[in-house]
Design a protein around this ligand. Structure first.
Ligand code: ADP
Ligand code: MG
Length: 617
């Protein structure tokens, strides 16, 4: 009686496999890195189990990895003596999606003309890279659990897979790849040796190739910094980060107090989240005395540093702690704080030493820093020092730090001003900017819609309050006393009249002290809200009730000829003056991006045009 069970791959995995098999022809050697990395993971997990006192099948077999090539048979076999898999493990781990990022990876693969296969390991589906080179993959595995037995898992051309019992297996896993005709090169020992040597020195277990020892085992992070070459660091990054590029930044950090830490941290060249890849998972592995405690450890760093890759080794961690309690332990929080503080300091140093490099980092990862400002009170100040913006005095496309802004502030300026606008040109022509220009105050130009919220959260920098330009209580300097500007009494009377005409559609109406050229401007009456913030909230919240539909205040410029003539006209032709007042209000709302339905305005505008044309005819 046959005991072979036939299974389908989960739909997403099948889809992934179809792409892997039919569209990925370059950089196929990543399969070696992925399978060796899985074998090493399995050994690390076993070592952890043993060191925390768990019962293990065949405890005397040492952890290790062996690679065998067979040119005659056209196969490559990668064997490890790690923790092995039960039947359930095989079904779950090699047939279904375990990681949330997989769907996003699939989407990218499916949409892209040149699918980026190198990223496969970053999305927790490295095993399937075997199908780039193999027509048949056979996995023999026996779990470390003493009561379990062995299993054979196999898949031909990825059309589903079969599982059957396999007798007399030693503990661990052996994966045999029957190579496709165009991948037979991988049976050459020299080829495999070259590939393996790239990563083998980072694997904490002996690796053999056709019976010959390949690696000397010494954890990179425990070696003396000055003796490690750039090439070694880069290859290590590619191994732990499952990447094919070199890292953008690297920090090798050791400490004795307050905690013993040996760590190497990397920042990738690219932020895959910017490529529409969904949310990244954390990527730093946690060790204690070279024993892996947790890979892709959660809570080792704050969420907003999830782009970091690398290792942290701390001998202060208890070895026999369960991974679940580990995550929330006070020790972990302490580790998190020390590491995060150090990394932020490193970023600051980088910004100082190599501004161009820092800008590159910032272009990719600024959103993560901003997320930190908004969500992490502990590091808010340090994060504030890392923010960069264009400002009214920088050149287009050049950035300033808040610290440099503060250095340039004159003694009479008490606040740091910022203005959100789609781009520099819009910011410079904004009515809100006029008063700053007249006083020669620098204004930060924010172009990311997140930025206003970031500023709200940051609240102050170097004890200077951060203030939205719209909310600044500033008077223009030495207002031009052009004859024809309205007297204070006239301006007050006009404001009262405009309020009467616009009634509930406007908050309060007053004479403006901030405008130089524009006739009028709207200002949100809510102290914490700016027009742009309101616009954004409205766009997010479909349910309008959530955002109280308060009317903005209107400020009139007593020095604007439009306003001066409007005041005169309300004596001679009040109905026409009322129409102009409404138009002035709508224009100000357009400038603030707050006019939802411009159609009513168009009708009025046409009437006004008609009046002008009739008067001139
Ligand atoms: P990842 O390594 O990111 O989890 P993979 O697709 O490489 O994703 O592997 C999927 C899972 O299959 C692993 O998490 C592991 O549970 C299991 N696995 C793969 N190879 C082995 C192995 N050699 N020994 C034990 N388990 C393995
Ligand atoms: Mg893997």
């Amino acid at each position: 009686m046959s005991t072979i069970e036939k299974h389908h791959f989960q739909a997403e995995i099948q889809q992934l496999l179809d792409i892997v098999i039919h569209s990925l022809y370059t950089d196929r050697e990543v399969f070696v890195r992925e399978l060796v990395s899985n074998a090493a993971d399995a050994c690390e997990k076993l070592r952890f189990l043993q060191s925390s006192g768990g019962a293990v099948f065949q405890p005397d077999i040492k952890e290790g990895i062996s690679v065998k090539t067979d040119a005659t048979a056209g196969t490559v076999t990668i064997t490890d003596t790690g923790l092995g898999m039960t039947k359930t493990d095989l079904v779950e781990n090699l047939g279904t999606i375990a990681h949330s990022g997989t769907k996003a990876f699939l989407k990218q693969l499916a949409e892209s003309k040149k699918p980026d296969a190198h990223l496969i390991g970053q999305f927790g589906v490295g095993f399937y890279s075997a199908f780039m080179v193999a027509s048949k993959v056979t996995v023999l595995s026996r779990s470390h659990l003493p009561e379990e037995t062995g299993w054979r898992w196999s898949s031909e051309n990825a059309g589903g897979y079969e599982i059957e019992p396999a007798a007399d297996l030693p503990r661990g896993t052996s994966i045999t790849l029957q190579l496709k005709d165009d991948a037979k090169d991988f049976t050459e020992e020299a080829t495999l040796k070259r590939i393996l040597q790239r990563y083998s020195s980072f694997v904490q277990f002996p690796i053999e190739l056709n019976g010959t020892h390949l690696n000397t085992i010494q954890a990179l992070w425990t070696r003396t910094k000055s003796e490690i070459t750039d090439a070694e660091y880069n290859a290590f990054y590619q191994y732990v980060g499952h990447d094919h590029e070199d890292p953008l930044l690297r920090l090798h950090f050791n400490a004795d107090a307050p905690l013993a830490i040996q760590s190497i941290l990397f920042v990738p060249q690219r932020n895959v989240e910017n490529m529409g890849m969904g949310r990244m998972e954390p990527g730093v592995n946690l060790y204690c005395k070279k024993v892996l405690i947790q890979d892709r450890a959660k809570n080792l760093f704050p969420e907003w540093l999830r782009f970091l890759r690398g290792v942290v080794d701390s001998e202060d961690l208890p070895l026999n702690i369960s991974r679940e309690t580990m995550q929330d332990s006070a020790l972990m929080q302490k580790l998190n704080k020390v590491l995060t503080t150090r990394f932020l300091k490193f970023l600051e140093e980088t910004a100082e030493k190599d501004p161009a490099l820092y800008e590159k980092f910032y272009a990719e990862f600024s959103r993560c820093l901003k997320e930190g400002v908004a969500s992490d009170y502990t590091h808010r100040e340090a994060l504030g020092r890392l923010l960069r913006y264009e400002s009214s005095i920088t050149e287009k496309g050049k950035f300033t730090s808040l610290a440099d802004y503060v250095k340039r502030m004159g003694s009479e300026q008490k606040e740091i001003f910022y203005l959100l606008a789609a781009n520099r040109e819009t910011a410079e022509s904004s009515p809100y900017y006029e008063v700053f220009k007249s006083r020669g105050y620098e204004v930060l130009f924010l172009s990311d819609p997140w930025d206003e919220f970031v500023m709200e959260h940051l609240h102050e920098f170097d004890k200077k309050p951060l203030k939205a330009a719209e909310k600044a209580e500033l008077d223009i300097h030495a207002p031009p006393t052009a004859e024809g500007s309205l007297s204070e009494a006239d301006a007050t009377a006009l404001a009262a009249w405009v309020k009467e005409k616009l009634a509930d559609r406007v908050g309060t109406v007053r004479a403006s002290k901030r405008l130089v050229d524009s006739p009028a401007v709207v200002v949100e009456s809510d102290r914490h809200m700016t027009s742009s913030m309101k616009r954004m909230l409205k766009a997010i919240q479909k349910d309008k009730d959530v955002i109280p539909d308060t009317q903005p205040d209107l400020e009139l410029n007593p020095r604007s000829s439009v306003i001066v003539r409007l005041n005169a006209m309300r004596q001679t032709d009040e109905p026409l003056a009322a129409k102009v007042a409404e138009q002035v209000y709508d224009n100000a709302r357009v400038a603030a991006g707050l006019l939802d339905d411009p159609r009513a305005m168009l009708k009025r505008l046409n009437e006004l045009l008609e009046t002008v044309l009739t008067a001139k005819a």
